[in-house]
Design a protein around this ligand. Structure first.
Ligand code: G4P
Length: 547
């Protein structure tokens, strides 16, 4: 048991023996932590798998979601994902590429899981945006980009599926600029498309990479020709090359040259074209992330900013996931390391509880498999075994009171009352909902008066996921029924008496959420407004930050 409390020790001032700040600085500089975002079906899962394949982290790419061959994508591990073909849970993967340690965080593309995506994006330093070049900018792309913009996250763009008939590439860039309001700097440019897709021209290196279809190539199996004026090229594809030359001239004239400062500021995105399924253009993406994307940067921890190269360990939990591995039946808290060095067996302070915990069986992730972590540095994501006392937003350090901020919960707009078919399963229901609530899969409200539990969600699919997980992971057959609740607000006040009166007088509509925070469950907009007017000493919040 690794999560047991031990008495709080005063932290000592020295860094772990033998690890100088130069070692830490070097390790931090090697880290790249990025999230991958896209509208569903643009090819995020396929690209994720190819990134792993390319880096040598996996040997054989599974055909996406196993629909064709029965194998499953390495980044998809939950049954419901396989059934519905959407990514519900974000997964975390670590691999090495060109002497860099890459942490890749998958995000659910479906809008019903946008809260989860938001939280994952608080833990990354850059993002990779995948766009289906046949479709261009889609609704979810817009929303995800808005989330990235809140933190000025630098974004690399991959235009996918060039092996199909796509939209005109110039038009695609135009759309990105006008709809997403982000400057585009094309780095590669496609030569033809669909059946006539010949490859891409690298605008900065003046090289042509020739396209060859094929799903399971692991590395640079593509022929490269130097120079757009290479006579060999004109021989091979006389028609396409004329077209390319015209377009390149246009692109040079009309688009923005790549500017790393503008990229790092989040105002410009380098754009690459390729085909994930053919593993084409994937190495260029990895190189861009290594060469251009930022390593870990300083993070705001309320009392001060924390630098990644500081000798002492700190980090925060941005995601909790129950039963990731049905064989383990555990809950993992995903922690982003913000500074210092994590070492297996070290004691850290769980700041919300003011307790010291010894972390001896911390794991890192290779999609569905996990390994014990010996050490970790800023940018790394480590999985802490969690026996129920860790929450999203919890900060950990070697003793200093740091509070990493910026991970909100949003007030839900959809509500359901939970009933169960078999009353003997009440205990399992409560346990399941408590755990799924802590995980943020759904928000669970327990009214002060009355026996019903109320579930709140931002997207309706969350209810389906919860119902399915209750059944599969907790053996509870639950029925969700319509609820009279229409909105929720978290309530706080310095006036303890007002809070207590509020609870006793409105007990049926006052509830505690899974993290023990007080909330008001309103039956209508009018009801909410009247309640706010009647209780002037209370503050009603539409979002709640983890503290
Ligand atoms: P997602 O995670 O973003 O939802 O997308 P995913 O990787 O699952 O890809 C969605 C579909 O697009 C998959 O088709 C996948 O094979 C296909 N795809 C991905 N990259 C490419 C590409 O470079 N070229 C082409 N032509 N197709 C690509 P699928 O699972 O077979 O199902 P369906 O959606 O075609 O029915």
């Amino acid at each position: 048991d690794t999560d047991t409390a031990v008495p709080i020790l005063e932290s000592t001032d020295s860094a772990p023996a033998g690890k100088s700040s130069a070692v830490i600085a070097n390790e931090v500089a090697r880290r790249r932590t990025f999230g991958i975002i896209s509208h569903p079906d643009a090819g995020k899962t396929t690209l994720t798998e190819k990134l792993l394949l390319f880096s040598g982290a996996i040997q054989l790419a599974g055909t996406v979601k196993g629909r064709k061959s029965g194998r499953h994508a390495t980044s998809d591990w939950m049954d419901i994902e396989k059934q519905r073909g959407i990514s519900v849970a974000s997964s975390v993967m670590q691999f090495e590429f060109r002497d860099h340690v890459i942490n890749l965080l998958d995000t659910p593309g479906h809008q019903d899981f946008s809260e989860d995506t938001y939280r994952v994006l608080t833990a990354v330093d850059s993002a990779l945006m995948v766009i289906d070049a046949a479709k261009g900018v889609e609704t979810q792309t817009i929303k995800l980009l808005d989330v990235c913009r809140m933190r000025n996250t630098p974004i690399v763009t991959f235009m996918n599926k060039l092996d199909r008939e796509t939209r005109d590439p110039l038009e695609l860039l135009d759309e990105l600029e006008s709809v997403l309001k982000i400057e585009c700097a094309p780095v590669t440019w496609p030569i033809g498309m669909g059946k006539n897709f010949r490859g891409v021209y690298h605008l900065l290196n003046d090289e042509i990479m020739l396209f060859k279809a094929g799903e399971e190539k692991a590395d640079g199996a593509f022929e490269i020709l130097k120079g757009i004026d290479n006579p060999k090229l004109a021989e091979m594809f006389p028609l396409e090359i004329e077209q390319l030359k015209m377009e390149v001239e246009l692109v040079h004239g009309a688009s923005h040259p790549f500017d790393i400062e503008r990229f790092l500021a989040g105002v410009q995105t380098p754009v690459f074209f390729g085909s994930a399924i053919n593993n084409f253009g994937v190495r260029e993406i990895l190189s861009a992330l290594v060469d251009w994307a930022p390593g870990p940067r300083e993070r705001d921890a309320t009392v001060r900013a924390v630098e990644p190269g500081e000798p002492k360990f700190s980090g925060f939990v941005f995601k909790i996931q129950a039963n990731m591995d049905p064989a383990h039946r555990d809950r993992i808290a995903f922690l982003r390391v913000c500074s210092g060095r994590f070492e297996k067996g070290m004691k850290v302070k769980h700041l919300r509880l003011g307790r010291e915990v010894k972390l001896s069986s911390v794991v890192t992730f290779m999609a569905s498999s996990r390994e014990q972590v010996e050490e970790a540095y800023a940018g790394d994501i480590i999985g802490l075994p969690n026996h129920g006392n860790m929450q999203i937003g919890d900060s950990f350090s070697e003793g200093e009171m740091l509070t990493f901020t910026g991970i909100p919960y949003f007030a839900p707009d959809l509500f359901r009352t939970v009933r169960i078919r078999n009353p003997l399963k009440m205990k399992q229901l409560h346990k399941g909902l408590q755990q799924l609530g802590e995980e943020g899969a759904v928000q669970v409200f327990k009214p002060v008066l009355g026996a019903d539990l109320i579930l709140g969600a931002v997207g309706v699919l969350q209810f389906e996921v919860v119902a399915s997980r209750l059944l599969n992971e907790y053996g509870v057959d639950a029925v969700f029924e319509g609820s009279s609740i229409s909105s929720a607000r978290w309530v706080s006040s310095d006036d303890k008496k007002s809070l207590a009166d509020f609870e006793t007088q409105l007990g049926h509509n006052v509830a505690y959420d899974a993290a023990g925070n007080l909330a008001y469950l309103a039956t209508s907009g009018v009801n909410l407004r009247l309640t706010q007017e009647r209780w002037p000493k209370l503050t009603f919040h539409a979002t709640r930050e983890h503290a």
